[in-house]
Design a protein around this ligand. Structure first.
Ligand code: GRF
Length: 205
């Protein structure tokens, strides 16, 4: 199994989808080794605790604009747990190039829209879904992608379209995208990437 850290900032419903998938047996190559929360009031911490997954808080607020300092606190935890894959599941920090190069092709992110549309700085949370509604597009969805140096622009792993409906609010659209796309796609992509990591390891031996 691939030792995996799930990084979260909030509610953690995508973390829950990974936990549920694990319980169902459909995430057999992924070991949920560690949850890292960037906020101490993140409900994801409760989910980790209830499921006996180790969790730590690395406060993002403490470091203000100094992301590298945040990463310096984070890295020893990732090393301690021998983390080989990082899943950003509603994690609101953009890593430095140096950090990403350490974990090249080992970090994946869930984005609640169909990239390359509605991606980049500022496109997150309800603001993103509001922008989708304002634009008039009739489909949105979710994208699971590798994280590279540029925001929301790494190679796409999986994508699923979800209808935008008449009368949608950012909240209703957000929930439909989670239910119909994110919670299904993220465990699937995590399993795919884990298998790829294991294959690469075997090739080296
Ligand atoms: C999700 O919509 C995810 O796509 C985005 O942030 C939200 C996090 O939700 N990046 P949750 O914390 O997993 O419930």
């Amino acid at each position: 199994m691939v030792k995996t850290a799930v990084m979260v900032s909030g509610n953690g419903s995508n973390l829950q989808a990974l936990i549920d998938s694990k319980a169902k047996g459909t995430l057999s190559h992924v070991e949920l080794s560690l949850v890292v929360a960037s906020k101490e009031d993140s409900y994801a911490l409760t989910r980790a605790k209830e499921n006996s997954i180790d969790a730590v808080v690395v406060s993002r607020k403490k470091y203000k604009d100094d992301v590298a300092a945040f990463e310096r606190e984070l890295i020893p935890y990732l090393q301690k747990y021998d983390i080989e894959m990082i899943i950003l599941a509603g994690f609101l920090t953009v890593f430095t190039k140096d950090f990403i190069s350490i974990y090249k092709d080992r970090i994946i992110n869930v984005h609640p829209a169909l990239l390359p549309s509605f991606g980049g700085r500022g496109y997150y949370g309800l603001r993103l879904h509001r922008a989708v509604l304002d634009s008039g597009v009739k489909v949105s969805g979710a994208t699971i992608h590798y994280v590279n140096e540029d925001i929301d622009s790494g190679k796409i792993i999986l994508q699923k379209a979800v209808d935008v409906k008449e009368g949608d609010t950012p909240e209703t659209l957000q929930l439909r995208i989670m239910q119909q796309a994110e919670w299904i796609l993220l465990p699937k992509a995590a399993e795919m990437v884990a298998i790829k990591i294991l294959e690469e390891k075997n090739d080296k031996h």
